[in-house]
Write a protein that binds this ligand. Structure first.
Ligand code: 76R
Length: 249
C-alpha cells in the first residue's frame, strides 16, 4: 500500500444551505416576521460572542442561483457543538420558512506533506493552530464545493507513492500562492463524514478571482488528472446589518 499522509485536524465544519420559502414568508403578519428577524439577530449575536472568544467562527452568505438562498459556514471545536448550533438554528421561527438545499460536514484539515522544521511537530506551532482554528474571513464573495481525488485505473491518487503526491501538491501550492491576498482558501476533510473527500471554501474580494483560480488550477497535474468535483455554490456576504434588508418583503 502507498504510505498515507498524516493530517492535522482542527475545528469541525458545517456548510448549511437553505432556500427561503418566500411565499410563506410574505404571507405572515409583519409583527411575526419582525419577531423572527429579532430572534435571528439574537442567535447571530450569540455566535458572534463565540467567535469573539475564539471558540468557533461563522459566516453567512446569500447564494446566487437556484441551488439555495443562504449559506452558513459554521466552525466549532467539536462535532457535538456543531450539531447544537444546527439544532438551535432549526428551532428558530425563521427556520420554519426554510427548506434544506444542501449540507456538508467536514473538519478543517492540514496535511503533513511538507515538513518545515526537523524535530518540530508542526501541530504545536502557533501559525498551524491559527490555521486549524481559523476565524473565517468576512470577504465579499464565497465559493464552496466538495471534491474527491480520483481512484480509477491508472489515475489512482491513493495508489501514488508519498513522494509523487507531495510533488504534485507542491506544484498545486505554487499556483495557489499566486493568489495570495486575493483568495483565501480553507480545506476541510470529510472522509467518513460526508459524501465527498474534501470541502473547498474560497473567499475573494473580487468574484472573478474565484473563477480564475479554479480555472488555472484545472491545468495543474493534480487537478487535471485526479480532481473530481461536486456542486459549486457561489454567494455574496451577508453581514448582520444587511440581514433585515435582505429579508424585507
Ligand atoms: O496547506 C498549505 O497551504 C500547503 C500547500 C497546500 C496543500 C497541501 C495547498 C495550497 N493546498 C493543499 C492541499 Mn490547496 N486547494 C484546493 C482547491 O479547484 C481545484 O482544482 C481544487 C480546489 C483550491 C482552489 C486550492 C487552493 N488543496 C489541498 C488538498 C488536499 C490534498 C490532499 O491532501 O491530498 C485539496 C483537496 C486542495 C484543493 N491550495 C493551496 C489553494 C491555495 C490558494 C493554496 C495556497 C495557500 C497559500 O499558501 O497561501
Amino acid at each position: 500500500a502507498a504510505e498515507a499522509v498524516e493530517t492535522m485536524d482542527g475545528w469541525y465544519c458545517l456548510h448549511d444551505l437553505r432556500s427561503i420559502d418566500w411565499a410563506s414568508w410574505k404571507m405572515v403578519p409583519n409583527d411575526v416576521r419582525q419577531a423572527a428577524i429579532d430572534e435571528l439577530h439574537a442567535l447571530l449575536a450569540k455566535w458572534d460572542a463565540v467567535e469573539e472568544a475564539k471558540q468557533g467562527s461563522h459566516v453567512v452568505y446569500t447564494v446566487v442561483g437556484q441551488k439555495a438562498d443562504i449559506m452558513m459556514m459554521i466552525l466549532r471545536p467539536t462535532m457535538d457543538e456543531l450539531n447544537e448550533v444546527e439544532t438551535a438554528f432549526n428551532k428558530t421561527k425563521f427556520a420554519d420558512f426554510l427548506l434544506p438545499s444542501y449540507s456538508y460536514v467536514s473538519v478543517v484539515e492540514l496535511s503533513k506533506y511538507f515538513p518545515q522544521k526537523k524535530d518540530v511537530d508542526p501541530e504545536t506551532l502557533p501559525e498551524t493552530q491559527a490555521r486549524l482554528k481559523p476565524i473565517l474571513p468576512k470577504w465579499d464573495y464565497i465559493s464552496f464545493y466538495p471534491m474527491n481525488k480520483r481512484r480509477a485505473g491508472e489515475e489512482n491518487w491513493y495508489a501514488l507513492d508519498f513522494k509523487n503526491r507531495a510533488k504534485l501538491l507542491y506544484e498545486h501550492s505554487k499556483t495557489g500562492r499566486k493568489y495570495a491576498g486575493r483568495i483565501k482558501q480553507i480545506i476541510t476533510g470529510s472522509f467518513g463524514f460526508d459524501d465527498w473527500e474534501w470541502g473547498v471554501t474560497l473567499f475573494a474580494h473580487d468574484a472573478i478571482e474565484l473563477k480564475r483560480i479554479v480555472y488555472e488550477m484545472r491545468f495543474d497535474e493534480v487537478s487535471a488528472k485526479y480532481g473530481e468535483f461536486g456542486e459549486f455554490f457561489v454567494g455574496n456576504h451577508l453581514p448582520n446589518e444587511k440581514l433585515a434588508a435582505f429579508l424585507q418583503v
